[in-house]
Write a protein of this length. Structure first.
Length: 257
């Protein structure tokens, strides 16, 4: 049966359906463009996720800054009623370094001597690095002294600074040592009596010629005395000086004054 003119006319028109070659080419091109954009988007997203976490090999990065800067440690101020020493001149001054011991039995405030720069600098450095925190007073003798500063890590030896006015009187702090010259490291003792040259150590040496006195207790001497009077037992060296209770130097701080 012959087809109508309308049918032939429609047959002569280009077909824009899905099977048309031009449509296929355009669709393929469009899909390639969309695919390329998607791949680029994924790559950019991956870059921003991986770089801040340091997961890309060979890519160095810094942590993103926080919304608010990290807070500085709160300053520790000179306790109320404690006044810096200003004499003897040349030994102590109002601007001298002051350190606060927070112990399990109370607070002790110590002022460093200005004329013992090596010993004072060593003690301040150990304090600033937190090496005295959570240490114990391991040797205590009533009427004599309390000793602490025994570190779990080694500390460097420092030179003795005996000088002319090196007196281990009640309330002063001095560096312990092995008995040899220039062998002090981190351990210290606080005198609870006027030891000085009236006291002779186990090697038969007078205190003032052997142990560098580098400061004095200016607050909390009652706490020092309280520590010195705790009950003790015999230590591994056969000396009755080991506290039967744990006395902790919880924190040591540089004081702002």
């Amino acid at each position: 049966m012959p087809r109508s003119r309308r049918s032939r006319k429609n047959q002569d028109k280009p077909q824009w359906g899905k099977n048309n070659p031009q449509t296929k080419a355009k669709n393929k091109k469009m899909m390639l463009i969309i695919g390329a954009i998607a791949v680029a988007a994924v790559a950019i997203a991956a870059f921003f996720v991986l770089v801040p976490n340091g997961l890309l090999s060979g890519v160095s990065s810094s942590p993103s800054p926080s919304a608010t800067p990290a807070a500085s440690p709160a300053p520790v101020y000179l306790p109320a009623g404690v006044t810096p020493l200003t004499s003897p001149a040349g030994e102590y001054s109002s601007s001298g370094v002051i350190i606060l011991f927070q112990t399990s039995m109370g607070n002790i405030t110590i002022q460093m001597r200005d004329d013992k720069p090596i010993t004072t600098a060593n003690f301040v450095s150990l304090t600033q690095h937190g090496l005295y925190d959570d240490t114990i007073f391991h040797r205590v003798m009533a009427g004599f002294m309390i000793q602490g500063g025994q570190l779990s890590s080694s500390a460097s030896n420092i030179h003795d600074e005996i000088g002319n006015d090196n007196v281990n009187y009640n309330g002063t702090i001095a560096m312990a040592n092995t008995g040899a010259a220039n062998s002090a490291t981190s351990q210290f003792f606080i005198n609870v009596a006027n030891n000085g040259n009236n006291e002779i150590d186990q090697q038969g040496t007078k205190f003032d010629t052997k142990y560098t006195v580098f400061g004095q207790v200016i607050g909390g001497m009652d706490i020092v005395m309280k520590i010195s009077q705790v009950s003790v037992t015999t230590n591994a060296m056969g000396e009755k000086s080991q506290p039967t209770q744990t006395i902790t130097l919880q924190h040591a701080y540089i004081v702002t004054h």
